[in-house]
Ligand binder design. Structure first.
Ligand code: SF4
Ligand code: SF4
Length: 96
């Protein structure tokens, strides 16, 4: 174990990489709940072991609030998928 926990299913599954907007480093997380409280879309909830996980990943707007406000750098945003980045680049090109 490297302390990295996928947050898709109670913080224990590695199967939903494309769905989860955030991932958690459980060895750094002190279960303070700041990320859960600060999320504007109420995406995060506390799992059975007390760690945050994305209960409503589809509602995540990738605002980064959880990432920025975690005092222990324990939660980070996953990179947007490449297709989405390409779409955004195309939009920028069209806007020029
Ligand atoms: S703010 Fe950081 S330390 Fe606190 S519960 Fe969230 S991930 Fe864990
Ligand atoms: S990126 Fe924003 S919306 Fe998504 S889980 Fe973090 S705080 Fe919530």
């Amino acid at each position: 174990m490297n302390g990295k926990v996928n947050t898709g299913s109670n913080g224990s599954s590695e199967n939903k990489k494309n769905k989860d907007p955030v991932h958690l480093f459980s060895s750094w997380c002190k279960k303070c709940g700041i990320c859960i409280a600060i999320c504007p879309k109420k995406v995060l909830e506390r799992g059975p072991e007390g760690y945050p996980y994305a209960a409503r990943p589809e509602d995540c707007i990738l605002c980064g609030m959880c990432d920025i406000h975690c005092p222990d750098y324990a939660i980070t945003l996953r990179k947007k998928d490449k297709d989405k980045d390409k779409d955004e680049e195309a939009e920028h090109e069209e806007a020029k």
